[in-house]
Design a protein around this ligand. Structure first.
Ligand code: PLP
Length: 376
């Protein structure tokens, strides 16, 4: 979290602890704070405040979009590289008898809008294609996808958890009907998020209870979290004005270049596609990604493989394999993500650590010496 975000939230744990639905003045104070935050999030997305539904995070926002829209007899289209919040929701729809098409991606991780056009059926109700991928940062052609959906009168949801506050978003520019965001990907806390729902979208609620969030999401509002999300949205807008996104991209590019310069048999996954400024995903052939994660963690650099661990067996990333990477290359890939607070010194530190750790692990790799003798 950014310190300014915590500062904005702090009074809502102690001084202003009223339930935002209460009539007394404590409630009215927190109601006003929730509505101010809604305005800030609406400004970040270019929508009306009334179109913002606060949720417990990105997963809930994605689930609300998918399950709130698809009904028996409908057809849904998504992609093979979605976050599990959409992917597993879509698989669950299949179990319920709803037909789902999972669109493939090319080597750079991009969905082809023509594939979408071809996949549309008369009963297609919803298209859910992510804005930016959480493992590679690759940005999908969401404006083209939105145009196709608008032309064919199909509802379009985009998971923008990895894009919000990193690239400017205007919901009308991409013609989406629903868009998910999450606090902890934009310097706000974990456990808060929002779903943009275009006015008039016939979305069913998933949680039943009170009439909170205009009956779209029941439950007492997480006031402090909402205030934090609003503050983070406000700071993100200021960041765009100050070209903070471009500075992050420069640091990310420097990290990439430095690693590729010093480590052979490595490359960027998703290279050539538009990407969010803070993410890079790099493969290190002949290295087990997990081993590199641990080696780097011991030295103070936290990165991830993006792979899921199921019953002790490490599965290669579904995103990278969908992009056509061999399983061993997918397993050798790491995601590096930067935040607003990262400095150029930290970039030097990170690239130096990667160079040393990758060199050490390769010294231990018989395959590296056998297969890549030029480097042994
Ligand atoms: C693209 C994407 N969608 C959805 C989520 C889920 O969001 P949350 O962790 O807030 O539930 C994440 C979280 O990493 C994500 O990266």
């Amino acid at each position: 979290m950014l310190p300014e975000v915590l500062d904005a939230m702090r009074p809502y744990f102690f001084d202003h602890f009223g339930n935002a639905s209460s009539i007394h003045h404590h409630g009215q104070e927190t109601r006003a704070a929730v509505e101010r935050a809604r305005e800030s999030v609406a400004k970040l997305l270019g929508c009306r405040p009334a179109e913002v539904v606060f949720t417990s995070g990105g997963t809930e926002a994605d689930n609300l979009a998918v399950f709130g829209m698809a009904r028996p007899g409908d057809h849904v289209i998504t992609s093979t590289v979605e976050h599990h919040a959409v992917l597993n929701s879509s698989k669950h729809l299949e179990e319920e008898g709803i037909e789902v098409t999972f669109l493939p991606v090319d080597g750079a991780g991009l969905v082809n809008p023509d594939d979408l056009r071809r996949a549309l059926r008369p009963n297609t109700k919803l298209v859910s294609i992510m804005f930016a991928n959480n493992e590679t940062g690759v940005i999908q052609p969401v404006a083209d996808i939105g145009r196709i959906c608008a032309e064919t009168e199909v509802y379009f949801h985009t998971d923008a958890v990895q894009a919000a506050a990193k690239v400017p978003i205007r919901v009308n520019g991409i013609a989406c009907d629903m868009l998910s965001i999450s606090g902890h990907k934009m310097h706000a806390p974990q456990g808060i998020g929002a779903l943009y729902v275009r006015k008039g979208t016939p979305l069913s609620a998933m949680l039943y209870g009170g009439n909170h969030e205009r009956s779209r999401r029941a439950g007492t509002e997480n006031v402090a979290g909402i205030v934090g999300l609003g503050k983070a949205a406000e700071l993100a807008m200021k960041g765009f004005e100050a070209s903070a996104d471009k500075q992050t991209a420069q640091l990310r590019d420097r990290l990439e270049q430095s690693i590729l310069e010093h480590v052979d048999s490595a490359g960027v996954n998703g290279h050539g596609a538009p990407r969010v400024p803070n993410t890079t995903n790099i493969y290190f052939d002949y290295i087990e990604g997990e081993a590199l994660v641990i080696a780097l963690d011991l030295k103070g650099l936290a990165v991830s493989t993006g792979a899921a661990c199921s019953s002790g067996a490490l599965e290669p990333s579904h995103v990278l394999t969908a992009m056509g990477l061999r399983p061993d290359r997918a397993r050798s890939s790491l995601r590096f993500s930067l935040g607003k607070q990262n400095t150029s010194e930290e970039i030097e530190f990170a690239s130096e650590l990667v160079k040393i750790a990758a060199g050490r692990l390769r010294e231990l790799s018989p395959l590296y010496h056998k297969t890549a003798p030029a480097h042994s």
